[in-house]
Design a protein around this ligand. Sequence first.
Ligand code: NDP
Length: 290
Amino acid sequence: MGTILDGKRVAAELRARLEGRIAALTERNARPALRIIRVGENRDDLAYEKGILKACSLLGVDVYVSALPEDASSGAPLEALRRANADESIHGIMVFRPLPERFAGEAVHAAIDPGKDVDCMSPLNLERLFEGRPGGFAPCTPEAVIEMLKAYEIPLRGANVAVVGRSMVVGRPLAMLLLREDATVTLCHSRTRNLSAVTRRADIVVAAVGRARFMTPEFFGPDAVVIDVGINDDGSGKLCGDVDFERCEPRVGAISPAVGGVGAITSTVLLAHVVLACEGIAKINGCNLT
Ligand code: NDP
C-alpha cells in the first residue's frame, strides 16, 4: 500500500505558518488583500475561486472579485487590472486564465504589476522563473507540487522526476521549479515515445495530462512517488485524477489523490504569496514585522 500524500494536511500546516505573519501585519494596519479578476462563469474557475474565498476567510485575508460578464467589452479585463495595479490596498492580483481570445490575453499578462503578480503571469516573472533568477512568485499549482513533496520529505536533489504534460500552467514551470531543487527532470508530452518506459524509471512521477485515469499501474515502478495534478470529470459527474488511483495506490510507494491532493494546497500557496507581497510593502513603509 502506498503512503497517501494528504494535501489538506499540508495546506493546514502552511496556513498555521501564515497565521502569525498575518496577525503581525494586521496589528500594523497592513491587512493582506487579493483581487481576483474573472471573465465568465467557467466551472473550473468558479470551483477554484470558491477554494480561494474559503482559504481567505480561514486566514483573514481580504479578497475582492471583479466578475466580468462573458460579453464584457474587449478592454474590460485590462481596465480592471489597471485599477487593481493602482489600488494601494491590494497586494496580490490573480486573473483566471486562459481569457477568451478576444480579450488579448498577452496584453493583460504584460500589464500586471510584477510585484502583485501572485500567480506568475507577467513576462518578467516568467523570465525570472525560466532563467532560475530570484524574484517574483512561482505559479501556484507547480509550487503546490513542490510543497507537497517537501512536506513529506521526499528527496529532490538528484532524483529522477518525470513530469507528464508540458503546459505553461503546470508542466513547464514545474520542470523549472524541480531544476531549482537539483532534480533531474524529464518533461513528457503527447509525442513522447514509450511513455510508460520513461515514467517507470522515475523516482517521482507528476501527472498533469488532463485525461481521466490515464496513468495505470504499468506506468510506475514499485517505489514511485506519484503526484496527480489532474482534475477531470470521470463521465458520471464525479471528479477523478489523471492517475487511476484505486489501481495504482496499492502498487506504488506514495501517491496523492485527485481530491484532497495538490488542489487542496494551491489556494493556500496563492495566499502565502499575497502575504509575502503585503510584507514587502509593509517593510518599505517602515514596519518592523519580526
Ligand atoms: P493541458 O491540456 O494544457 O496540457 C496537457 C498536457 O498533457 C500537454 O502537454 C499534452 O501534450 C499532454 N498530454 C496529453 N495527452 C497525452 C498523452 N497521451 N501522453 C502524454 N502526454 C499527453 O492541461 P493543463 O496542464 O492545464 O492541466 C493538466 C491537468 O491538471 C488537468 O487535469 C487540469 O484540470 C489539472 N489542473 C489542476 C490544477 C490544480 O490546482 N490541481 C491547476 C491546473 C490544472 P502536448 O503538449 O504534446 O499536447
